[in-house]
Design a protein around this ligand. Structure first.
Ligand code: NAD
Length: 375
């Protein structure tokens, strides 16, 4: 039976989530909520569900299984803590938009409280709920990549001098780390999804002259070097529309190993596998000249719209909750989102100290420790 869902925060993303729930057989959208009544009314009317103007009211009047938190706030995460904690306190499963919070202490508390309340806290880390990511994962699981050596990730909105506007919305204006906190949850989640935990981070951050001239404090260029626990090394480059990426489009990741390398381009669009010379099905090393390599194999999904990630990710969350998977197996969990924020805060610390090496704060234990054993 479909789970009863209430969506909180109804601007562009909340409406996107509401549409996804309406189209998903695992979701029964029963209520929507926004502190701006007109927004709640409009979405409620569109879907024929009940409108609420406070989460407290919605929780008191609806028997919800899932509260989907799509509020934004300062640095796009400042309004997540309060509604998420309120819903968790009411014993509800929560899907929260990214970043889990803009405040690391709040994020740690959210994850700990969800564990204590034994509810599913998931985060909309939607970028790896795609066909190319599935192919990459399958290649890794089949041993086609081998031992991981490197991960190169580039993610940033296309832009440049001519698209820059000095007027920023209130959630971004005056926040030097708006881009870092609001956006890096995505690339860090991809890197961690494929390569595991990051143990060391070194970051350089900057901004182009047109931002400086406008007095815009946002450090919109992020160059981050990382070490993974598994021994691989990685690099993340991100920018908020200061330049336009060439190879791979606005979003590309390349993970290379001792047997092969995969590359995902434009997030949803293209997967390519590059075998190492001599691996099964690939050219023999002795048949290759200097500078040449075995032929890559590409798969184009025919999808170019990044919006396709939303229904897939939301469905995965609904599936995990419906199937009552063990809490630590929830895909794109609150803990996974906390990891991305720990890396983000480590990157900020590194940048603020001139590029020193920082070890991100360790994550909480993966499995729930029963209360009796805690004392
Ligand atoms: N996963 C993705 O790919 C992706 C893409 C874009 C944005 N986002 C995230 O989606 C979130 C929402 O983005 P947006 O642009 O729609 O946000 P927004 O700030 O424009 O809208 C948030 C809405 O929430 C309402 N609200 C705030 N606090 C509330 C509360 N306590 N109870 C009820 N309603 C409340 C506001 O009135 C507003 O209508 C952000 O966290 C953003 O980071 C995710």
């Amino acid at each position: 039976m479909a789970l009863k869902v209430g969506v909180v925060g109804l601007r562009s993303i909340g409406n996107n989530h509401a549409n996804c729930h309406m189209a998903d057989e695992l979701s029964d959208l029963v209520a929507v909520c926004d502190i701006v009544p007109a927004r709640a009314d409009e979405t409620a009317k569109k879907h024929g569900v009940k409108a609420y103007y406070s989460l407290q009211d919605m929780l008191a009047n609806e028997d919800l299984d899932v509260v989907d938190v799509c509020t934004g706030g300062p640095e796009n995460g400042g309004w997540h803590y309060e509604p998420a904690m309120e819903a968790i306190a009411a014993g509800k499963n929560v899907l929260v938009e990214k970043p889990i919070s803009n405040d690391i202490e709040e994020a740690r508390e959210m994850v700990a409280f969800a564990q204590e309340q034994n509810v599913y806290l998931g985060c909309n880390l939607n970028h790896y709920f795609t066909e190319p990511a599935e192919k990459a994962r399958a290649a890794m699981d089949a041993g086609e990549i081998g031992e991981q050596i490197f991960c190169l990730h580039r993610m940033g909105f296309p832009g440049g001098l001519r698209t820059y506007s000095p007027s920023a919305p209130p959630n971004a204006k005056g926040f030097p780390y708006f881009h870092v906190k609001a956006f890096l949850a995505h690339p860090f989640s991809i890197m961690r999804y494929f390569c595991g935990d990051i143990t060391h981070i070194q970051a350089f951050m900057s901004q182009p002259s047109f931002r400086k001239a406008a007095g815009d404090p946002m450090v919109s260029i992020n160059s981050i070097h990382v070490q993974f626990q598994n021994g691989a090394v990685g690099y993340l480059f991100s920018t908020r529309g200061d330049a336009t990426m060439g190879l791979g489009g606005w979003w590309s990741v390349e993970v290379g190993g001792t047997k092969g390398t995969f590359c995902i381009e434009n997030c949803v669009e293209k997967y390519t596998f590059y075998p190492c010379p001599g691996t099964e099905g690939a050219a023999k090393p002795e048949n290759l000249g200097v500078g040449s390599a075995p032929l890559p194999v590409s798969h184009n999904t025919g999808v170019t719209d990044f919006g396709a990630t939303f229904p897939r990710r939301i469905h995965a969350y609904m599936e995990d909750v419906t199937n009552k998977v063990p809490k630590h197996q929830l895909r794109a969990s609150g803990r996974d989102a906390l990891a991305t924020l720990e890396y983000t805060f480590a990157a900020i610390e590194s940048f603020e100290q001139g590029g020193v090496l920082v070890r991100p704060n360790p994550l909480p234990s993966l499995k729930h420790i029963p209360r009796e054993r805690e004392c």
